[in-house]
Design a protein around this ligand. Structure first.
Ligand code: HEM
Length: 157
């Protein structure tokens, strides 16, 4: 089950990225072309939100109780400094912090759909929040080419 959750967390990254880019494209088109806000836009934003929240829940589990890195299951040697160790600093501090911030942005962006504001303001607000979320995610994913912290592109590869 542990490996399955990690694999799911890995795969969901692609779904989150795909939906985020789709939501950005729809928000940009809606804002630039002054379109009326559609239920289809709200759904695109909602699926982005759902995929990000599922990834968050699995991430929280791995962070706290995960077999490899769960903070509550790991005993480090006395005097060990997490902040001086690139691997632990990334997986215990940087990755969760940036990802949680990105998910807050995605949640706020989805909230734009319900705000009593003009449609172009909805699109514009969501657009910037989604772009910041995308940048945070791109920076904080353990891409395979990253030294020490790199993880596979896809599960099992
Ligand atoms: C959209 C949000 C997120 C994305 C795209 C993402 C992406 C990833 C990816 C691609 C991996 C490597 C998986 C593998 O080794 O196959 C990973 C690992 C990990 N993530 Fe996330 N993550 C996200 C959110 C979070 C959050 C919010 C947390 C913690 C609160 C978290 C905690 C972890 C941990 C602890 C690992 C290492 C797990 C292990 O090796 O046992 N992630 N994440």
């Amino acid at each position: 089950m542990e490996q399955g959750l990690l694999d799911l967390h890995n795969l969901l990254r692609w779904i989150v990225l795909f939906l985020l880019i789709y939501s950005i494209a729809r928000s940009y088109a809606g804002w630039k072309q002054k379109k009326a806000f559609l239920n289809r836009d709200r759904k695109a934003w909602l699926f982005t939100l759902i995929s990000a929240h599922i990834t968050l829940l699995i991430g929280l589990y791995q962070w706290l109780w995960g077999k490899h890195l769960g903070m509550l299951r790991t005993t480090l040697p006395p005097g060990f400094s997490i902040m001086k160790d690139k691997f632990y600093r990334f997986f215990w501090v940087e990755h969760p912090t940036f990802m949680i911030l990105a998910i807050i942005m995605i949640t706020l962006a989805y909230g734009s759909a319900k705000k009593p504001i003009a449609d172009d303001a909805k699109y514009k607000r969501a657009l910037w929040l989604f772009i910041v979320a995308l940048l945070f995610i791109l920076v904080a994913v353990p891409w395979p080419f990253r030294n020490i912290i790199g993880r596979p592109w896809l599960p099992g590869t």
